[in-house]
Design a binder for this molecule. Sequence first.
Ligand code: IPE
Ligand code: IPE
Ligand code: MG
Length: 246
Amino acid sequence: MPDPRPTPLPENLDRRSVPAHVGVVMDGNGRWATRRGLPRTEGHGAGEQALVDTAYGALAAGVRALTVYAFSTENWRRPVEEVRYLMNFNRGLLERRQHELHAEGVRITFSGRRDWRVPRGVLSRMDEAASLTKDNTVMTLNIAFNYGGRAEIVDAVKRLVDDGLSARQVDEKAIRQRLYHPELPDPDLVVRTSGEFRTSNFLLWEMAYSELVFTDVLWPDFRREDLYAAIVEYQQRERRFGGVDA
Ligand code: IPE
Ligand code: IPE
Ligand code: MG
């Protein structure tokens, strides 16, 4: 399906310095629902439209990779009913959207742990979406699912040990190569919705020099215009990477 809502990019968005990789902490679903007198799960459901519209916006802007935080290693602490809903919801989302994203040339990948708590049916849907879209090159939609930044670093260190590296051989490159998606550049921009000012264990290693943009918009209300506004804000920042101004 082509973009159902083609929208011109804002004039103040510089097409020559679009962030190559954008991370999004999709937060505020529960509050969105509660404010409407709905169960929290309705907020997760409403987040689907936000995700799809944001993906179309990222495609239109020329973003090469979009990593979205869908379920954290800490989200297992939620009530069992909500966790079950989120597992089924994410499976359903892939079933409903993988062909549409595939048609747009999106490669779907996942970051996170495939542990015993993730139902087998969810894992097989994830594998199916990844394999269907593996050769696509327009944009990578990387879904952080059962993802934790600390878990990712622990997993990388385990692989270092398994690979038999000596202390002398351990450096940033050796660790980076063992992260979940070493082929993706570090995110230039990370957006968090819902007025929370924290990372909540998202992309700890990769975010070292990301520009952070926070917005009060609750995730289910987020649309590509909000992504464009975040990109424009990013373009006004001066990135120094520890150096001094030129
Ligand atoms: C984000 O929305 C979705 C997930 C964490 C899965 P929340 O469910 O955290 O919504 P709030 O923060 O409680 O409003
Ligand atoms: C972060 O949101 C995780 C996702 C968006 C999937 P949370 O709602 O879980 O974060 P905290 O608990 O407010 O830090
Ligand atoms: Mg939250």
